[in-house]
Design a protein around this ligand. Structure first.
Ligand SMILES: Cc1cc2nc3c(=O)[nH]c(=O)nc-3n(C[C@H](O)[C@H](O)[C@H](O)COP(=O)(O)OP(=O)(O)OC[C@H]3O[C@@H](n4cnc5c(N)ncnc54)[C@H](O)[C@@H]3O)c2cc1C
Length: 371
């Protein structure tokens, strides 16, 4: 019997496993496929919510804590695994925004550096931008990014390097084993895995396991499609955001354009329409991108939750059953704090901050999202 069984090997599950292991627990992690191949692979890796001042403080709090830990954590990950997740603080330029006063008040309140910029300053930061319809912006110089496929690969390697973490890939959790209001483990197609604590970190699929037992949370899949151009290093240097679409330059010159927001159930196909829309976004913002070709087009399923506030904590009334899920568009930027907070709760030590906003239950039932 293991101390803790984690269902789901995305960034959230893998980081939760590492955090629990760091504090001395034996951990098993299972994924129905290979680890790190779903949303955590597909995402953009921007280490900030997109229009951060529009989120609840509960989201900002997780982001702020994680952002403070990222430099040290990513360095540890690269040193420990030999896989560089390509963390860089290359700045975040949000174009064409009209709510500068709210953004400025929010930045001051939460201690973020933010600068309002005009067309000339935008061009100084990013000479290739077409400022014709985008002549104002907000610049967050400290915001960074990480390269998702490299991140999940490094996390997988860190799990392997750790003693006392068992990885079960291609092993689906079919059913939670619960009796007398206590979790005992999970059934897989071939066996039962028993554990003192079970954490559901199954991303967009998290609600399914609970539903079978008439337990409910509001986590649903929202498809996001992205495209990637093969350009040159420094073709674009900063993360750009305009009209809800973003451009992310990677260190090797690849440039990601994202992303769509679609209710398509658990269907991960890519569409011609999205390809055209994303290309149009890219060309209108950076006309020179026309010189390059689209190298890749993919989709992932985000785990959405009410108000984008993840569920972190124990499932009410079932001893030993925990959730760490529902990070929607912000699973990477919220990840470190989310893993740490859940670990604090499992180990019953003083939490990094008040867990009530993330609790499963009371405050969400008021809005009808929890039964
Ligand atoms: C296009 C796109 C762009 C994004 N951009 C950003 C961004 O820039 N910044 C940011 O912070 N976030 C971003 N996100 C969001 C972020 O990627 C997600 O919030 C995050 O990856 C969720 O992580 P997760 O571990 O919960 O889920 P996932 O990575 O989806 O992992 C869940 C895992 O659970 C496994 N699983 C499911 N059911 C079972 C079961 N029954 N048994 C065993 N295993 C199971 C799956 O196989 C999967 O491996 C983006 C997402 C998308 C799709």
């Amino acid at each position: 019997m293991t101390d803790c069984l984690i269902i789901g090997g995305g960034a959230i599950g893998m980081l939760t496993a590492l955090e629990l292991h760091k504090h001395g627990l034996s951990v098993s992690l299972l994924d129905r496929g290979a680890t790190g191949q779903e949303a955590s692979w597909a995402g953009g890796g921007i280490l900030s919510p997109l229009y951060p001042w529009r989120y609840e403080d509960a989201v900002t709090q997780l982001a702020r804590w994680s952002q403070a830990q990222f430099p040290e954590f990513f360095q540890f990950l690269a040193d420990n695994t030999g896989i560089d997740p390509e963390y860089s603080r290359n700045g975040f330029l949000i174009l064409g925004e009209t709510d500068a006063p709210q953004a400025s008040a929010w930045a001051t309140q939460h201690g973020y550096l933010m600068q309002e910029v005009d067309a000339q300053q935008i061009l100084e930061l990013e000479p290739r931008i077409n400022t014709q319809h985008l002549d104002t912006g907000l610049y967050f110089p400290e915001v960074g990014q990480v390269r998702n496929p490299r991140l999940v690969k490094a996390l997988r390697q860190a799990l392997e390097n750790a003693e006392n973490i068992q990885i079960h890939e291609y092993t689906e959790a079919r059913r939670l084993i619960i009796s007398d209001n206590k979790i005992h483990g999970v059934e897989t197609p071939d066996s039962k895995l028993l554990a003192e604590h079970v954490v559901i970190a199954a991303g967009a699929w998290s609600a399914r396991l609970l539903k079978e037992l008439d337990l409910e949370i509001s986590v649903t899949p929202v498809r996001g499609q992205m495209i990637m151009y093969q350009s040159e290093p420094d073709f674009v240097r900063r993360i750009l955001l305009a009209h809800n679409r973003y451009i992310i330059p990677r260190q090797d010159g690849r440039v990601l354009i994202g992303s769509t927001l679609e209710q398509a159930g658990f269907n991960k196909i890519t569409t011609e329409q999205a390809l055209q829309d994303l290309q149009q976004t890219a060309k209108s913002l950076i006309p020179d991108i026309n010189h390059f070709r689209v190298e890749k087009h993919w989709a992932g399923l985000r785990p959405s939750s009410p108000n984008s506030v993840p569920y972190i904590g124990q499932y009410p009334g079932i001893s030993g059953l925990y959730l760490n899920t529902g990070h929607f568009r912000n699973g990477i930027v919220l990840s470190l704090a989310s893993a740490r907070l859940l670990c604090d709760l499992i180990l019953q030590r003083p939490p990094i901050f008040d867990p009530i906003p993330y609790a499963i239950g009371s405050q969400r039932s008021a809005s009808g999202t929890f039964a």
